[in-house]
Design a protein around this ligand. Structure first.
Ligand code: NI
Length: 183
């Protein structure tokens, strides 16, 4: 695999605060290429041989806005088992319904745009039903749970210009911990 030449914006960049727009179809060749590049990058970032070689921080999700493009598109690369991956390409997502139950990532969420350790609880729905369009513009529906539900909410926040660090109260980063389940 060749490491794609993509530049991920850092949290200090105000572009990350932009609201992304609804995407129309068909996608341009440029957008399709970017989606491929993001998947390749995220995959390589989760494979030891590559993250060591290129000094990558492992990540499972990226939104277009993190490359400076305000479009409602994100990708998630989930490691199913040792170096076997499942890709999600999610365009124009909308939450249809979600659980009452809230969860949080015990070790803290991470983001390829946040290049520092940030501790604290980010409340997320444990389960959701989301509708979206696939890469060909076809309407789809998906049920997500646990870490993939967290990843979807993290990426959907990016589309609204929100970073996970915004959701942590610096004065009380573990507020309401007992009201949620740790994953
Ligand atoms: Ni992120």
């Amino acid at each position: 695999m060749t490491l794609p030449n993509i530049k991920i914006l850092d949290e200090k960049d105000k572009t990350l605060r932009k609201i992304s727009h609804e995407v129309t179809f068909p996608l341009s060749d440029h957008d399709r290429k970017l989606i491929d590049d993001m998947i390749t990058y995220l995959t390589m970032s989760q494979i030891k041989k590559y993250y060591e070689k290129y000094n990558l921080r492992p990540g499972m999700g990226l939104a277009f806005i993190q490359l400076g493009i305000p479009k409602n598109i994100f990708v998630i690369v989930e490691e199913l088992e040792n170096e076997k991956f499942k890709n999600y390409v999610i365009i124009n997502p909308k939450i249809i319904s979600h659980s009452e139950e809230l969860i949080y990532v015990g070790e803290g969420e991470g983001c390829l745009s946040v290049n520092r350790e940030v501790c604290g609880i980010v409340p997320r729905y444990a389960r959701m039903r989301v509708k979206y369009q696939d890469i060909n513009g076809k309407e789809q529906e998906i049920r997500v749970r646990e870490d993939i539900s967290v990843a979807f909410q993290h990426e959907m926040d990016h589309l609204k210009g929100i970073l996970f660090i915004d959701k942590i109260d610096p004065k009380n980063p573990f507020k309401d911990k007992e009201k949620m389940r740790e994953i």
